[in-house]
Design a protein around this ligand. Structure first.
Ligand code: CMP
Length: 140
């Protein structure tokens, strides 16, 4: 498997609890490199656009409210098989199903306040990265 990039968000529940460094340590321990990173407070428009794919889901409104409730850290991660590797270290979306040793098992509070987001496929990774980073802001 070739080197890939994936997009990550450290969510407001984690920034609020000052967990950015602890999450980053788990990312790096999993062999992923943080090649782009920025702390930002998402606008409602940015959060709505980012989660557009879920617009018809009943949790969309709560999700947008949560993601705009405090700062997030947007990141580009690089490594072998990075998309699957990050999904492995994140753990299941619902923290009650996340395996021990994963970021969500360690830190997530609920299905919305689940500490991190990671892309699910190469196309979405490219699309999500482009929403927040220009090429010159990613240094591998
Ligand atoms: P994330 O990987 O950021 O992608 C969409 C988010 O919606 C997900 O993590 C969860 O935080 C949130 N969410 C809330 N309810 C659900 C649900 N029933 N199924 C999937 N995602 C949910």
């Amino acid at each position: 498997m070739a080197v890939q990039r994936t997009f990550s968000i450290i969510k407001p529940d984690a920034t609020k609890r000052n967990l950015t460094g602890k999450v980053n340590a788990m990312i790096e321990d999993a062999g992923l490199r943080i090649v782009g990173q920025r702390r930002v407070h998402l606008s409602e428009a940015q959060a709505k656009r980012f989660y557009e794919v879920h617009a018809e889901r009943p949790f969309y409104g709560d999700l947008v409210n949560f993601m705009t409730s405090g700062p997030v850290v947007v990141q580009v991660l690089e490594g072998e098989n990075a998309i699957a590797a990050y999904r492995d270290v994140m753990g299941a979306t619902n923290p009650s199903e996340a395996k021990p040793g994963t970021i969500r098992a360690a830190f997530a509070e609920s299905i919305d306040a689940n500490t991190v987001h990671g892309s699910d496929a190469p196309e979405t990774a490219a699309e999500e990265i482009a929403q927040f980073f220009t090429d010159d802001q990613i240094v591998g």
